[in-house]
Write a protein that binds this ligand. Structure first.
Ligand code: WT7
Length: 654
């Protein structure tokens, strides 16, 4: 995790060229920000007009953060359709412009340029296929696809007919997929035969088959052909997309949706329990995704925008599909990984498609930095104008490498802090308005009111510099509305620790210039290669194994992943620790959750540090994993303090 740098850290002011070119300069930011918090109704009423409404809204917001009555509504009486906003309304002026550039995993396979007119036809056909399969407004559709254009068609087809999509990252296991299909009671799951990635393929259809064994028999499966490899087939349940698309009608009428009708559900990890279905709705989400895409990335007509995320994460939803397409942009969809066939791949794709804005995660930057700058320097990156980072705190070394080697000191870096829950950027420097600092998320976006609270008293800290927990004082249009099927959990998770505020789960520091630095999660959520994970999920996977009696999982600093997964495992009495068992547990967690949850370290723990009431003291386990024994703090309340010495003596190498 990044240590927040001091305020005397390096400061990079915006260049005069960027300031002249950008949508927003410093004076405009100040004026707009002041207006956005002084009169949110007026501000968001005006900016709500950036999308097309079928029936214009008359109410801008209806928000309460008060316990017992958590309610978030934006543009509540307006009606619109998200797909029509992302496609149809551009047809008059951009029918032949490329909407999506698809860059396949294998660089020898041709890239595909999909125009807005083509996108329209393909999305309509997919919409008609889904309707043939019985999907109607309000029904849920799970999407479990590789990073292929059909993933975007599927999202937009759902939006067109008013179905609610829930994307499951293709790296998740059959069990995780089943839990999500059942969690939202999906009618249809859309998958592909196989997913190529980094020169290997993963068997999505057979994963889906395995998942569907645990789901209602009525769930249907739509299968997209990607590699053409053989898969099993169940007549009646499985539907062949490539066959149906030949027959499907080219037009589907966009359904009139209320601004507050759900657009998608996206499962994300919390500090306790199973992943929760974050619900985003239509109007406010789209306004916010489009506006942040345009302003944070300084997007202009003719630019080629590339966000390297997967559509399985919120970053892909907001900044590969919805934000860019709502703005009539050209957006790149990349199926591969940064290091295949070699560590030049990202930069070759930038050169090939003349990418102007490039948005990636610190973990990718660190991995590529380790390969040396030769891989970057052999590519022509002169088209790049702006760089972005997201997903975890970026360490100053990686920031500096990104700035110097990739950006040649000419591209501002927007370090965007946000979450699945927030729909779009909340803290970020704006490229023409703000200086940047290596590792700082800097400033609130319009309408965003960050506050730093004292974690103990819950009081707002007004002094600066300061450090505490990061909360938001008021709503913004892209905010999640509820947890699918569990509004109480929504209130409990985000609005009950600090009453009257939305609690982000992150710690932060405000420096003497008033700029924000994210210091990382303050709850039991860890961030592994930009993937968010609840330590509780890994623990429950571990204890589900017959050999395991008890497990405690914490994060520890990892040079490339940001955080690694450190597991303390107590075995059943009849079990002997062995290298073999360690391997077996690793494989077990990978199949229970997915490869992203694979434990980095497993330490055998004959006992875990517990209070007399039996609560595991994770603070101590974190310190041992971090190799920071000096700061163990008070261990006198432990039932058996000698456990700690034992754990320290046998600490695993990290
Ligand atoms: C958590 C949210 C939203 C996009 C991808 C992750 C961490 C996100 C930053 C950043 C420091 C960051 C936070 C946050 N995070 N962006 N720029 N600097 N930390 O979405 O999976 O919902 O995770 O990622 O800890 O709470 P997510």
């Amino acid at each position: 995790m990044t240590k927040p740098a001091q305020s005397e850290s390096a400061v990079f002011p915006p260049s005069p060229e960027m300031t002249a070119h950008a949508h927003v300069d410093a004076a405009k930011y100040d004026a707009m920000y002041a207006a956005s918090v002084a009169d949110p109704e007026a501000f968001w009423g005006e900016h709500g007009k950036r999308i097309d409404w079928i029936k214009p809204f008359s109410q801008v917001r209806n928000v309460s953060f008060q316990p017992g009555n958590i309610n978030i509504e934006w543009y509540g009486d307006g009606t619109m359709n998200v797909a029509a906003n992302c496609i149809d309304r551009h047809l008059a002026t951009r029918a032949d412009q490329t909407a999506i550039i698809f860059e396949p995993d294998d660089p020898n396979e041709a890239a595909e340029h999909i125009s807005y007119a083509q996108l329209h036809r393909r999305v309509c056909r997919m919409a008609n296929i889904l309707e043939t399969m019985g999907v109607r407004k309000g029904d849920r559709v799970v999407i479990y696809l590789p990073m292929i254009p059909e993933a975007a068609y599927a999202m937009l087809a759902c939006a067109r007919i008013g179905a609610i999509h829930s994307i499951v990252f293709a790296g998740f296991s059959p069990d995780a997929l089943a839990a999500r299909i059942n969690g939202c009671d999906a009618k249809v799951v859309i998958t592909a035969d196989h997913a190529p990635r980094g020169g290997r393929t993963s068997p999505l259809k057979s994963n889906t088959d395995a998942a569907l064994l645990h789901c209602k028999e009525s769930v249907k499966c739509l299968v997209v052909k990607r590699t053409g490899e053989q898969t099993t087939w169940i007549d009646g349940r499985d539907h062949d997309y490539n066959e149906m698309v030949l027959e499907a009608n080219d037009y589907s009428r966009p359904v009139e949706m209320s601004a507050e009708d759900p657009l998608f559900i996206l499962y994300t990890s919390g500090s306790t329990g199973q992943p929760k279905g974050v619900v985003h709705t239509s109007g406010g989400y789209l306004v916010y995704a489009a506006m942040t895409h345009e302003i944070t990335f300084d997007y202009h007509d003719g630019d080629v925008f590339w966000c390297t995320a997967d559509v399985g994460w919120v970053t892909g939803h907001s900044y590969i599909v919805y934000g860019p397409l709502a703005n009539g942009a050209t957006t790149v969809m990349f199926e591969g990984v940064p290091t295949y066939p070699d560590a030049s791949r990202f930069w070759q794709v930038c050169e090939k498609h003349k990418v102007t804005q490039f948005y990636t995660a610190p973990t990718a930057i660190r991995a590529l930095m380790g390969q040396g700058k030769g891989f970057v320097e052999k590519c022509d990156l002169s088209s790049l104008r702006l760089l972005g980072t997201v997903g975890e705190p970026i360490n100053p070394e990686a920031w500096t490498w990104y700035n110097d080697v990739v950006g040649k000191g000419k591209c501002p870096i927007v370090d965007t802090w946000w979450q699945t829950e927030t729909g779009g950027h909340l803290l970020t420097p704006l490229p023409g308005a703000h200086a940047t600092k290596p590792g700082a998320a800097m400033k609130p976006f319009f309408g965003v009111q960050p506050v730093v609270l004292d974690p103990q008293s819950g009081e707002e800290i007004h002094e600066t510099p300061t450090e505490g927990v990061l909360c938001l004082k008021d709503s913004w249009p892209g905010q999640m509305r509820t947890i699918w099927g569990d509004h109480d959990r929504f209130e409990k998770t985000y609005f009950s620790d600090y009453k009257g505020y939305y609690f982000s789960g992150d710690g932060c520091r405000r420096d003497s210039d008033g700029d924000y630095w994210i210091t990382g999660r303050v709850d039991d959520v860890i961030n592994v290669s930009g993937h968010r994970m609840g330590t509780a999920e890994v623990e429950s996977a571990l204890v589900a194994h017959v050999a395991v009696a008890e497990a405690a999982v914490v994060g520890y600093p990892h040079p490339i992943k940001g955080q690694g997964i450190y597991c303390y495992v107590t075995l059943m009495n009849d079990q002997e620790p062995s290298e073999e068992l360690r391997k077996a547990l690793r494989t077990w967690v990978r199949t229970e959750i997915g490869p992203i949850a694979s434990p980095d370290v497993i330490q055998w723990a004959p006992g875990l540090p517990k209070t007399r009431s039996g609560k595991i003291m994770r603070r101590i386990l974190r310190k041992i994993a971090e190799d920071d024994y000096g700061a163990l703090g008070d261990t006198s309340t432990l039932a058996d303090p000698s456990v700690v010495d034992e754990l320290i003596a046998n600490r695993a190498k990290t």
